[in-house]
Design a protein around this ligand. Structure first.
Ligand SMILES: Nc1ncnc2c1ncn2[C@@H]1O[C@H](COP(=O)(O)OP(=O)(O)OP(=O)(O)O)[C@@H](O)[C@H]1O
Length: 637
């Protein structure tokens, strides 16, 4: 580690440096034997002006080469801050926004430490590093990331993933090659102990690093007992890292349970008030009645005023199927992701979506939406929790999670078809776009029933500087006329999507996916990269969409919305995001140039007049100051 080159975070603030040194002193004393003494921790804000390269952070050249091959050149703030401390062997609590690059912040130094671990020492009987995550999807994601880094670095390290659904013999086989890194859920470790697959004594002897990723969720997912049984065997010398996107009493509890004298790194953009949603995500909303949500989502997608790929959140599985069936009638293909589907199918859907095989994914939240969320940033309403309890479906996979931590690739728009049931839920959903250095936007469809929750979200997100100006602004690219022009068709089609058809489709889809899941398991063992085997965006309905619904005639769409749609396509093309189904504009270089000049249509478009409004999209407030596209029937078909 080229320590001399590192611009240490503590340089930024000499007082903090003094405190760090004091904390180190306390730690030294503790190590000499004062085990029971109350430990101090170091609280540190991650400063925006720190600008170190990966080399300056002291990273091994093999890791830097691997990152370059992955197209990653500059560390994010949390990486700049956390990597040197982890390399130094400190316990850390890292709290940074969704999508800020926390995974690499711990994986890179973890791997580097394992590169230099003494391979000549006596044979280890258990992995040196445990990475515990709350869901199987995350397990797979972290495992893929660590495996690809190992492969790119060409080092002799082995990582395995274990999940609770595996049999004891599968677990034993996975651990047989003596992996250095184990990625798992907390529930799986006690299972391994019980099955004799892992020996607690061997873990105590071997474990060097323990990572708890998405720590804010581990307890709320019901892993407390599992974690207690793991922590009881963690050796004192083991370095513990706790990564989290939000703060909660659960994180505090885990910190006390597991960490020793940690450095607490908090990434904020504003010293007074944290902004948990990345500033590169533009947040919009549309006010509409619950029954008009289908109409509005049709307008957003069919009139192409949002950038693809689009992740649509709904609160119930039935609503997901209703939406898919509804969109299908208009020739819009989408896939569904929920906790009822078998794990192989879920992983495959995620892979296909990330690979760009389809553009619209309809997802239900993870099960924490249906569990009692213990605490959100502003405290959750118990009534809401009780309501959500009622919605709990017995067959949902307890280790399923869509919104938390899953790294959806190139999602440009998140749509809240249903509003999330908590502020934390909102933050995590929105965090699926605008990841690392990319940008994105979100559109929330808010019905009168959801307005109170929406106000809570807005007031939580409003910072001191901006308390009078809304962070979530009315969506500027849909005019009332444009929405109304689709009303007749939307209402007609919505009526045809009956409860019975939803139930049948859901049951059929589940049956298909169970069959697929077996096929997938066998197939992917042999061909892990074959994504095209089973498409997840196939239509549910047996009848093809009527041609008049598939293509909305141009004369129906008002000029302003047509203009907005063109601008969105041009901006997409400039960002290298051309529409699969869209017209030529997406692939036209001349247009690319023009749109670069024009900038982001969400900022510049003004539906009231010329394309360049004053002060960006907020200029539309005149037309829809409450975010509403009122339900007057102006033009119907
Ligand atoms: N330094 C970097 N430069 C560019 N992209 C990066 C960098 N670090 C990470 N990324 C990418 O950013 C995306 C988000 O990273 P990651 O999943 O680690 O975020 P996160 O902070 O863990 O988010 P969440 O809290 O939602 O889990 C990933 O696709 C990752 O490959």
């Amino acid at each position: 580690m080229s320590k001399t080159k590192v611009k240490p975070v503590e340089d930024v603030n000499p007082e903090v440096m003094d405190e760090v040194m004091e904390a180190e002193e306390v730690e030294k004393q503790r190590n000499v034997g004062e085990e029971e003494e109350e430990e101090e921790e170091e609280e540190e804000k991650v400063e925006e002006d720190v600008d170190n390269s990966f080399e300056e952070l002291g990273l091994d050249s093999r890791l830097i080469r691997a990152l370059t091959k992955k197209g990653i050149e500059k560390p994010t703030l949390i990486q700049q801050s956390a990597i040197p401390y982890i390399l130094e062997g400190k316990d850390i609590v890292a709290r940074a926004k969704t999508g800020s690059g926390k995974t690499l912040a711990y994986l890179l130094p973890l791997l580097q430490k394992l590169f230099s671990a003494d391979s000549g020492s006596k044979k280890k009987l258990a992995p040196s590093a445990f990475i515990l995550v709350p869901s199987r999807e995350l397990c797979q994601q972290v495992y893929s990331e660590v495996s690809s880094l190992i492969e790119l670095c060409r080092v002799q390290l082995k990582a395995v993933q274990l999940t609770s659904s595996m049999t004891a013999s599968d677990m034993r086989n996975a651990l047989a090659g003596l992996p250095e890194i184990l990625v798992s859920t907390p529930a799986c470790i006690p299972k391994c102990f019980a099955a004799g697959v892992l020996e607690p004594a061997a873990v105590s002897e071997s474990l060097e690093i323990l990572v708890l990723d998405e720590a804010d969720l581990l307890l709320s997912y019901g892993y407390e007992d599992n974690l207690r049984s793991v922590t009881s065997i963690i050796p004192r010398r083991c370095q513990c890292l706790l990564m989290s996107a939000t703060t909660s009493s659960d994180v505090e509890k885990l910190k006390k349970l597991i960490l020793h004298n940690p450095i607490v790194l908090t990434l904020t953009e504003d010293k007074d008030k944290e902004e948990p949603v990345p500033s590169n995500v533009q947040q919009f909303w549309i006010s509409c009645s619950a029954q008009d949500k289908l109409l509005h989502i049709l307008a957003l997608l069919k009139l192409e005023v949002v950038q693809e790929k689009v992740l649509i959140f709904i609160n119930t599985i039935d609503m997901g199927f209703k939406l898919k069936l509804f969109l299908e009638k208009f020739g819009i293909k989408s896939a569904i992701l929920n906790g009822e589907l078998p794990q192989n199918s879920r992983l495959h859907i995620l892979e296909q979506f990330n690979a760009g095989l389809f553009d619209y994914l309809i997802a239900t939240d993870d099960n924490s939406q249906t569990k009692k969320e213990k605490e959100g940033p502003k405290g959750e309403d118990n009534e809401e929790n009780n309501k959500s309890k009622k919605r709990r479906k017995p067959k949902l996979d307890a280790e399923f999670s869509v919104v938390r931590g899953i790294d959806f690739k190139k999602v440009h728009t998140v749509i809240n078809f249903d509003m999330p049931q908590s502020v934390t839920g909102y933050i995590h959903r929105i965090g699926r776009t605008g990841r690392a250095y990319s940008s994105g936007s979100s559109v929330s469809l808010v019905s009168p029933d959801e307005m109170e929750g929406f106000e809570d979200i807005k007031s939580f997100l409003a910072n001191d500087k901006n308390k009078d100006s809304d962070i979530i602004t009315p969506f500027p690219l849909l005019t009332e006329n444009a929405v109304e022009s689709l009303r007749y068709r939307a209402e007609d089609v919505a009526k045809s999507v009956t409860k019975i058809s939803v139930r049948e489709s859901r049951a059929q889809d589940l049956r298909n996916e169970i069959i697929n899941s077996e096929k997938l398991k066998a197939h992917f063992e042999a061909n892990p990269r074959d994504l095209d085997l089973l498409r997840h965006d196939k239509p549910l309905s047996k009848t093809a969409p009527a041609p008049h619904l598939k293509d909305i005639p141009e004369y129906l769409v008002d000029l302003k919305t047509q203009e907005a749609s063109k601008a969105v396509k041009l901006a997409g093309a400039a960002m290298g995001n051309s529409r699969r189904s869209g017209g030529g504009a997406g692939r036209n270089n001349k247009n690319k140039k023009r749109s670069r000049k024009g900038g982001d249509p969400l900022k510049t478009f003004n539906p009231n007049g010329s394309k360049r409004g004053h002060g960006g999209g907020v200029g539309q407030k005149k037309d829809s100051s409450d975010g509403s596209t009122k339900q007057k029937k102006q033009k119907t078909v």
